[in-house]
Design a protein around this ligand. Structure first.
Ligand SMILES: CC(C)(COP(=O)(O)OP(=O)(O)OC[C@H]1O[C@@H](n2cnc3c(N)ncnc32)[C@H](O)[C@@H]1OP(=O)(O)O)[C@@H](O)C(=O)NCCC(=O)NCCS
Length: 178
């Protein structure tokens, strides 16, 4: 246990230094908002996270180095249709980037979605966000459509991306599933 709750599992062997993945709940909304504030020009507020995490379809996970949260992912099940997982937020604090923490959070979320029987993962990403796009393409996400002016405050378009066939052996291999 730590202040944020029980450590559920060690990460896949990609993050360096090793981080532990820890589930987050509405009580962790302030910490989630702090991470978001370091990662996005228009971050979610603590209230946004608390409201989201009161929904049973939504779950969040921290990447922790000891007691220090270095990143987080927030997912929502069945957002567009039954059997979907939507990646609603993924953020790593600037000083911890480039150490596979974002990839570790994403791979763990996709593995869990696979275990729950999901067929498809979806997300939206700013078309100018090269690091995130590279990460998503590396994991097999494909651009499905462009959403004009999706990020209104920045005046940026988004791509809606999809990782289909989540249950396929090919995707399993990419996620390192036995
Ligand atoms: C996108 C983000 C989560 C990546 O997290 P990270 O821990 O730094 O990334 P990782 O170390 O796990 O990198 C995994 C892969 O992502 C890609 N990537 C990460 N950073 C990159 C960069 N600066 N340039 C290009 N590709 C990059 C690479 O494909 C990398 O794999 P590789 O090292 O084998 O080439 C992080 O940059 C971040 O929090 N950005 C701000 C918030 C954000 O944009 N979130 C996504 C919103 S859709």
């Amino acid at each position: 246990m730590n202040a944020l709750g029980p450590v559920v599992r060690q990460t896949p062997p990609v993050a360096r230094p090793p981080v532990a993945l820890v589930p987050a709940g509405p009580q962790d909304a302030v910490t989630l908002a702090e991470i978001d504030r370091k990662a996005f020009p228009h971050p979610w507020t603590a209230r946004d996270f608390a409201d989201a995490l009161r929904q049973t379809s939504t779950a969040a996970t921290f990447a922790m180095a000891g007691a220090q949260p270095l990143g987080a992912i927030l997912v929502q099940y069945d957002r567009f249709g039954k059997g979907d997982i939507s990646i609603n937020s993924l953020a790593v604090v600037p000083e911890a980037r480039g150490h596979k923490i974002g990839e570790t959070l994403m791979v763990a979320a996709l593995r869990e979605a696979r275990e729950k029987g999901c067929e498809r993962a979806v997300l939206e990403v700013d078309v100018s966000n090269a690091p995130a796009l590279r990460l998503y393409e590396k994991l097999g996400f494909e651009v499905r459509e462009t959403l004009p002016n999706y990020y209104v405050d920045e005046g940026h378009d988004a791509y809606r991306m999809e990782l289909p066939a989540l249950q396929s052996p090919q995707v399993g291999d990419r996620l390192g599933v036995e």
